[in-house]
Design a protein around this ligand. Structure first.
Ligand SMILES: [Zn+2]
Length: 225
């Protein structure tokens, strides 16, 4: 039965699904002429719709669903643009775009909760959609032009401390991070191409806002490039 139902799907829909099903960062499903994905690590949702052309896609882009990353596939080659926060593109860009989306969903902390008698870790993630758009515009590649990094805003000195230096930094304030059951980081972008650090809104974070260790870490990472 499933096989029959699958075969009877619209040809365009099958073509779209065939492009994404190998991306195991997401759970995939097909319903009502759309392909839906749930990002496995974060639970973020994506929806892929199919339009007849640009005009149709632009119209569809106005129908938003809260908390869903929207992509629309249109016929033809070489089209890629953004409208109303929706990625509209030719089929060949679909897979790399979904990969990019996944790469811009970054771990930002955890919290230990009690569940069925166990202490269970819940993770937090941040989707850096604004940075994704900037990276697409400037053809920037993760790992080469920039990296995302977790920084902790120290409650004692109000500076950003990089995740690696945090235990040492907190020790200097008389705190032991081992005793913490919760940590929430801010994800910042270390941009090698510009030699700057940006927050998720694309605003530069000046070096004065970082702790001594974090400044050393950032400077070293710029020098390595
Ligand atoms: Zn501090």
């Amino acid at each position: 039965m499933v096989g029959v139902r699958f075969k009877e799907l619209d040809e365009k829909l099958k073509k779209v699904y065939a492009k994404v099903r190998g991306l195991d960062d997401y759970y995939w499903s097909i319903q009502d002429g759309e392909v839906r994905g749930i990002h496995k690590r974060s639970g973020m949702r994506v929806r892929i719709r199919i339009a007849e052309g640009r005009e149709h896609a632009d119209k569809m882009s106005r129908e938003k669903e809260v908390g869903v990353i929207d992509l629309i596939v249109i016929p033809g080659k070489g089209t890629f643009y953004l409208n109303n926060g929706t990625f509209i593109m030719s089929l060949k860009f679909l897979r790399p775009t979904l990969q990019d989306v996944s790469d811009h969903i970054v771990w930002s902390g955890f919290k230990v909760v009690e569940k069925d008698g166990a202490l269970v870790q819940e993770d937090f993630y941040e989707y850096l959609g604004g940075r994704l758009i900037e990276h697409l515009k400037r053809n920037m590649i993760g790992g080469r032009d920039y990296v995302f990094w977790q920084f902790y805003r120290c409650p004692y000195c109000n500076k950003y401390v990089d995740i690696e230096s945090l235990p040492r930094h907190m020790k200097a304030h008389g705190e032991d991070v081992k005793e913490w059951s919760e940590e929430k980081y801010e994800v910042l972008e270390i941009n090698f191409a510009d030699g700057k650090v940006y927050n998720k809104f694309g605003k530069e974070v000046p070096m004065e806002e970082f702790s001594e260790e974090a400044v050393d870490f950032i400077k070293e990472s710029f020098e390595e490039e």
